[in-house]
Design a protein around this ligand. Sequence first.
Ligand code: ATP
Ligand code: MG
Length: 408
Amino acid sequence: MRILVSGTNRMCHDRLRAQGHELVLFVPRGRAQREDAVGLYTHVVILDDSAGADLWADVAESLHRRTPFAAVAAYNEHTYPIVRAISERLDIPTTVDLDLFEKVLDKARMRAVLDEHELPSCRYGFARGRQAVLEAIEEIGLPCIVKPVDTEASVGVSHIDTAEDIEAALRRVGRHHIDRGVVVEEFLDGEEYSVEGISVGRDHRIVAVTRKFTDPDTFVSRGHVVPAPLAPEEHEAVTAYVTRVLDAFGFHDCPSHTEVMLTSRGPRIIEMHNRVAGDAIMDLVRLATEVDLYDLIARQSIGEDVGALLPDRIVPVRSAAVWYAAPSGPPTHTLAEVQGVEKVRELPYVDTVTLLREPGSPQPTVTQNFDRSGCVITVGDSPQQALTRAREATGMLSFVYTWSSRER
Ligand SMILES: Nc1ncnc2c1ncn2[C@@H]1O[C@H](COP(=O)(O)OP(=O)(O)OP(=O)(O)O)[C@@H](O)[C@H]1O
Ligand SMILES: [Mg+2]
């Protein structure tokens, strides 16, 4: 089949290509990569990030007129509106559901849907502008979380414990987000998990539960392990709750990544997505369960029924973990080199070492996931072993920074 694929999550593109399909890539400039130009795709179309869905649809229409596309697909939500516009203009199928996306993208709207369905959630308020945010904090009470209504990567997520923290927390959220709109939420205390699923039609198949570790101050994700070390009744509570939530939102024919806090009152949603997880979680799922969600999602996106490809009972065969290195410092520091990479790669239980910064780049002050410097994926006989290995292996990487002073 000739498929128009839009945006990133190129592992799904790899799978489609391996299945013998022809691919044309549409990618906004800000997400394009040098490697896109070679190999995988028949054509690559890059338009500026400011290009509207209509312009993309115009280009798609011209290509379609010469050689028709059988479907249009996307695996990352940034281009869902473009995919919908193309699907409508060309009258070709897509599994992207933009209405569902809009319900989950907006974290206030998501809480409203949970309330409508009387599903356990948390106290929350939406506020725009400084005064309204202060009033919402007063109403929700402390401790609370203030976060942008629809961003990702823990950008601007702030925790407020006492009244004295409010000013610093609002600075961290940032004026831009406060003016656009934030949600103020009751602080959910507990352990964090994510549930990776695929809805086959409206049958929600849970593939894995992941334990997530975040930095307590910045909420930057530091690590994940699959399977989550949960007692059977906790596992059941988390998966049953998420299944009810997926039903309430009307997930269908798509992947899901649902983040929950397991509190003393039971599981509570943090946020959810109609896309696969980031942060190498799909690799952990594949290593732990031998289910390749990228492959299934690629097939599903072009209309294949993937139900029969999923085992009835998914039982992890090993554990897999990822841990991120996140050295933080002033941007006057310059990355000279990363030591220990080869040594870590040679460890028998290390699956992958990924470096996220080029030598010569300034050191980030870590406030969001994009500021992390690298990660190591490991396997183990138990979640604890995989996790310890990932943390220790990441600790063996040395990020060497140099700095120069102008005052000599
Ligand atoms: N109400 C809450 N109570 C407790 N912790 C929270 C709450 N909301 C968010 N957090 C913490 O902040 C982290 C980031 O929040 P959230 O997932 O909503 O933001 P995000 O920008 O979409 O992050 P990411 O893309 O990293 O998952 C959560 O993983 C959790 O640790
Ligand atoms: Mg999140």
